[in-house]
Ligand binder design. Structure first.
Ligand code: F6R
Length: 357
């Protein structure tokens, strides 16, 4: 139930620190170390390439997951949109492992791929919020995201939970391969939980940003580089699905290859700047759009901030920034939808789980 909350979405956004802590406690052993089921460990270790299959928000978590697995476990990963995989099927490696990411575990597009790859004899791991769901039952292995029921149509806590579990999987795989990595997921995820908590206390500031930037606009762009690009894609999806503002996420360098033509006086451009190695270049992209009249809203991270930034998130490990930087985007979308009189929890034309192809 919603309790004192006006909407499930707001409640679910606020639950994210608890969800992250819950994931830590479920996945750590008595020595405070991560230790996944031996079968999953072996399957990850043996695979020569990982294929992540998902839709919508879960696909966006998959994009971040690819980076985590490649950077920490040094294993190549491809991420595919479920509805396209069978039509634009990539050449598969010799010993692939498929990872399905699905909050509901019932998405028909993902299931279509799962049935097909199982028929071909490949192994599959499902990362889901609903163990016992179709995608969980039909895969060889399951990792639970422990986010608790997600009622609002727009996914929030399930997405951050998926990324946290992917970080744990990446670390476990790195260890299985004997890599000595300088990244303690328990410590880093605890910092993430504390940071999210701090952000959830800044709702008034974020409500004001939504009012200033989004109350009358027709469209909005999100830009970022590296991991921030993926978070921008998710920010745009969140905003469009609940506020009906046309929103698109782009890699920072890509707007100038065409889309910059859409920038008019006052067009909001939300830029993420949490990655040190691209901080200067994303700020350069912001200048390009500002010179054409855009209204930039920079969301940066402590240590990388500039005086003109609209919002600054607490500093967390550079690999885990998506789990934190998405929180202001979720809240800005929530308030934008609210200000525009939209039905936040049940946006038009959408269903919580999409069981048709
Ligand atoms: C967006 C959203 C959808 C789902 C997508 C996949 O907020 O919730 O984009 O992420 O329909 O659903 P699952 O994860 O249940 O497979």
């Amino acid at each position: 139930e919603k309790g004192t909350y006006p909407h499930f979405m707001l409640k679910e956004i606020d639950e994210q620190p608890v969800v992250i802590r819950n994931i830590i406690s479920k996945y750590k052993d008595s020595d405070d170390k991560i230790q996944l089921d031996g079968n999953i460990r072996e399957a990850m270790k043996e695979a020569d390439r990982i294929y992540i299959i998902a839709a919508g928000t879960s696909y966006h978590a998959g994009l971040v997951g690819k980076q985590l697995i490649e950077r920490l476990a040094k294993k190549p990963v491809e991420v595919h949109i479920a509805s396209e995989f069978l039509y634009n099927m990539p050449l598969l490696s010799e010993n692939p492992l498929f990872i399905f990411i699905s909050q509901s575990g019932e998405t028909a597009d993902s299931r279509g791929v799962l049935v097909n790859v199982r028929k071909l004899g490949y192994r599959a791991l499902t990362i889901t919020n609903v163990p016992g769901s179709t995608l969980s039952r039909e895969a060889n292995y399951t990792l639970h995201t422990y986010a608790g029921p997600e009622i609002a149509v727009a996914s929030t806590k399930a997405y951050t939970a998926q990324m946290a579990v992917l970080a744990i999987l990446a670390v476990d795989t790195a260890k299985a391969q004997g890599y000595d990595i300088d990244f303690d997921p328990i410590y880093e995820l605890s910092l993430v939980a504390t940071s999210i908590e701090a952000l959830c206390d800044q709702k008034e500031t974020l409500e004001k940003l939504a009012r200033d930037f989004l109350s009358t606009t027709r469209n909005c762009f999100f830009i970022g580089r590296g991991l921030d690009f993926y978070v921008g894609l998710e920010g745009a999806l969140k905003l469009k699905e609940i506020s009906y503002i046309q929103a698109e996420g782009f890699a920072g360098g890509e707007l100038k290859h065409g889309t910059i033509a859409l920038i008019e006086e006052g067009t909001p451009v939300i830029a993420l700047a949490t990655q040190e190695h691209v901080n200067l270049s994303i700020r350069g992209n912001v200048k390009e759009v500002a010179a054409r009249g855009a209204n930039p809203c920079i969301i940066s991270m402590e240590g990388l901030e500039d005086v003109d930034d609209a919002f600054v998130i607490p500093s967390v490990h550079e690999y885990l920034t998506p789990i934190v930087s998405v929180i202001p985007l979720q809240l800005i979308s929530y308030y934008a939808a609210l200000h525009r009189g939209c039905d936040v929890d049940k946006p038009r034309n959408l269903a919580k789980s999409v069981t048709v192809e």
